[in-house]
Ligand binder design. Structure first.
Ligand code: FAD
Length: 380
């Protein structure tokens, strides 16, 4: 509708189309089954690595070093397949790898980043706790000194890729404030159990992590992250991917709804010919394209090094909220068929419930924007 492609460079278009083709070949044929079975397609990680999609906007250590807009477009195409797949890539690149790339020692970078970029290892990012979600500053997980070692004790909740990760970035309270630690899988005292009975992001592993006296050397600490600014810096990266990503799910819903509406006959004519159906499609298209322009604007700001946290909040709040609305509206166009996994729409809508909640709930982003507008923090 807006000739959005014309706003992109040749390289950005090429990356977008490459990811779209990958999703068509490797994800679409199997995604309904993965979702139904509750399976995370982690075996795709080496292929995602080969395509350069893991930590793609980071530089060095085997990372692709693309611009932020390309990263956003890749997230959009992955999420058009499934939000669970985009979550796998976001957590790997923006949370796990970014935490090491930004705050890690040279040894930590050499040890983990090339393997994570190639998809030969998986990472996770453990900030949230059972009693501290929107307010991570209250975390109870502690890291205590024991000689030259650290001993970590606590629980982390809702951790994407938790049980399948080779390395976890764990945030813990110390006498010196909140610090990050790299915990390899198999470290004694470190266990993960998966959250069962999810109705959203079923094609993504979500785990609870238990740290029961996990002993780590000093070299496991991320030397350059101090305080909550460390994890929040990572979350800002991942949120940026969601600003684009959620629109992929919305686009897929709109495409499916248009196709269905033009072939479904009621009252002797395609339901696409009814004005009420067209109003729904027009409004969905309008919000999708407004969201795309917002995402691209934020992406260009990021590439210019000018993107502020409250601007990311604005993008995440709007684009996830509108995407979920588009998904629900498109679902009505499919009538009864819309509630099955034969069509992608309710799967996307259910997934977007998680996307609305993680990386800062919509309410938290309203508060961030409210603070930027008024100068008054209303979090507590
Ligand atoms: C599928 C999934 C994957 C996730 N992956 C990860 C991960 O990989 N790593 C990780 O660390 N975390 C992860 N999370 C956790 C996620 O970030 C948290 O769920 C989120 O921050 C919200 O925390 P909570 O669930 O404890 O809800 P709460 O913080 O208890 O919030 C409940 C409700 O209260 C509202 N609320 C809270 N405080 C305020 C306030 N001050 N003013 C107004 N309203 C308020 C919230 O907006 C929300 O509506 C994941 C979550 C899900 C669902």
């Amino acid at each position: 509708m807006l000739d959005f492609d014309s706003l992109l460079t040749d390289e950005e278009r090429l990356i977008q189309h490459t990811v779209r083709d990958f999703v068509a070949d490797r994800v679409r044929p199997a995604i309904a089954e993965w979702f139904e079975q509750g399976v995370s397609p982690v075996e795709l990680a080496p292929e995602l690595g080969k395509l350069g999609l893991l930590g793609m906007h980071l530089t060095g250590y085997g990372c692709s070093g693309t611009n932020a807009v390309s990263y956003g477009l890749a997230c959009l195409e992955l999420e058009a397949g499934d939000s669970g797949l985009r979550s796998l890539v976001s957590v790997q690149g923006s949370l796990s790898m970014y935490s090491i790339w930004k705050y890690g020692s040279e040894e930590q970078k050499q040890e983990w980043l090339p393997r994570l970029a190639a998809g030969q290892a998986l990472g996770c990012f453990a900030l949230t706790e059972p009693d501290f979600g929107s307010n991570p500053a209250g975390m109870r997980t502690r890291a205590e000194r024991s000689g030259t070692d650290w001993v970590l004790t606590g629980n982390k909740m809702w951790i994407t890729n938790g049980s399948v990760a080779d390395v976890a970035t764990v945030w813990a309270r110390t006498d010196d404030g909140i610090r990050g630690f790299l915990v390899p899988r198999g470290t004694p005292g470190f266990t993960a159990s998966d959250v069962r009975h999810k109705l959203s992001l079923r094609a993504s592993t979500t785990s609870e992590l238990t740290l029961d006296g996990v002993r780590l050397p000093q070299s496991a600490m991320l030397p350059h992250a101090r305080g909550l600014a460390g994890p929040l810096g990572c979350l800002n990266e991942a949120r940026f991917g969601i600003v684009f990503g959620a629109l992929g799910a919305a686009r897929d819903c709109l495409d499916a709804a248009i196709e269905y509406a033009t072939t479904r006959i009621q009252f002797d004519r395609p339901i696409a010919g009814f004005q009420l159906t067209q109003a729904k499609l027009a409004d969905a298209s309008l919000e999708l394209h407004k969201g795309l322009l917002l995402a691209l604007h934020l992406g260009r700001l990021k590439d210019d090094g000018k993107l502020r946290a409250e601007q990311v909040s604005l993008g995440k709040l709007n684009n996830v909220r509108e995407s979920i609305e588009i998904a629900r509206t498109c679902r009505t166009i499919l009538g009864g068929s819309g509630i099955t996994l034969e069509y992608p729409i309710l799967r996307h809508a259910n997934n977007l419930e998680s996307v609305l909640t993680y990386e800062g709930t919509s309410e938290v982003h309203q508060l961030v924007i409210g603070q930027a507008l008024t100068g008054i923090a209303a979090f507590r």
